[in-house]
Design a protein around this ligand. Sequence first.
Ligand code: HEM
Ligand code: NAG
Ligand code: NAG
Length: 331
Amino acid sequence: MAKSINLFLVLTLLSFVPLCFCEKTYGGYLYPQFYDRSCPKAKEIVRSVVAKAVAREARMAASLVRLHFHDCFVKGCDASILLDGTGSLISEKRSNPNRNSARGFEVIDEIKSALEKACPHTVSCADVMALAARDSIVLAGGPSWEVPLGRKDSRGASLSGSNNNIPAPNSTFQTLLTKFKLQGLDIVDLVTLSGCHTIGNARCVLFRQRLYNQSGNSKPDFTLDQSYAAQLRARCPRSGGDQNLFFLDFVSPTKFDNSYFKNLLSFKGLLNSDQVLVTKNQVSLELVKKYAGSNELFFEQFAKSMVKMGNISPLTGSRGEIRKNCRKINS
Ligand code: HEM
Ligand SMILES: *[C@@H]1O[C@H](CO)[C@@H](O)[C@H](O)[C@H]1NC(C)=O
Ligand SMILES: *[C@@H]1O[C@H](CO)[C@@H](O)[C@H](O)[C@H]1NC(C)=O
């Protein structure tokens, strides 16, 4: 009797093995087939809502990828960024990197409500963000990859984590690298993932310092091409216009390609944190050159680095919950 139960158990466990291309992470096991049985349409539902949103507004692809990044760097990829503030819960949406900046929350809501209709209480908001990020990159013309799944959602948020862990655009190279290393990411991930700035926008207030007073001596940043700087000054004045938008990659602002790296080599990176990748470190410079020379090498590593970022400290197993509404913890 006991023997046959054991045999049954072993066979049951074995039957799951081919389904699980498990990748060991700090928090547990994530794998692409996680919802294949519980919600077979999950990936297609996410993809179709993202496609509609990006058709309405191309920039949304950029905004959705950035949400996943800003989520993962704070307590791991646990959808903490999506929580609205209520009572004692202070939202990450109020942090410096997110305030007036993070966007795409309504699209995540739309995806989540479609998923709740198809398979109630099954797909986590953290997984929705990871899938939406991948779909956004594909829609913008970038590489595709299998997204490991099985994250749970947090029951809290961290305003200070958001302020401290997400690098600022005026960071030094060393600060950027340190903040990536704290997340288990290395210099290759830093340079490659910065390549995400091949799509999307940034506001004047976030790079103005470079145009007028980079080092407190009333001089512009001389690592910025001076005719490009003059163009930027036209719409980013010394004062005012803080919220004016600029393309992170002026060559092909909605296309995911390697022109970001080419821009850096011609000193036309928009943010200080972009330009330092070629001016402050030899290893990083070599990577920029490699990607500027080959879209293919960029795409290949980008997919790997996105998976690595998506694996930062997920909540798995009995930790965390599947939120019913991405903006609120379950009551
Ligand atoms: C290396 C450190 C990084 C810094 C300092 C940084 C900083 C910024 C800043 C300041 C903006 C503009 C925000 C605004 O105007 O309000 C921005 C936009 C953006 N960032 Fe980054 N970022 C970094 C890395 C990344 C990574 C790793 C990704 C993706 C994996 C990413 C994706 C994006 C995208 C797509 C946008 C445009 C968003 C939109 O148009 O809505 N960034 N980033
Ligand atoms: C970056 O900007 C912030 C806010 O303006 C400022 O407090 C900080 O000192 C700056 N950091 C660097 C490295 O320039
Ligand atoms: C430039 O920055 C320095 C130091 O932050 C400041 O003292 C100075 O007033 C600034 N100059 C201008 C023209 O804004």
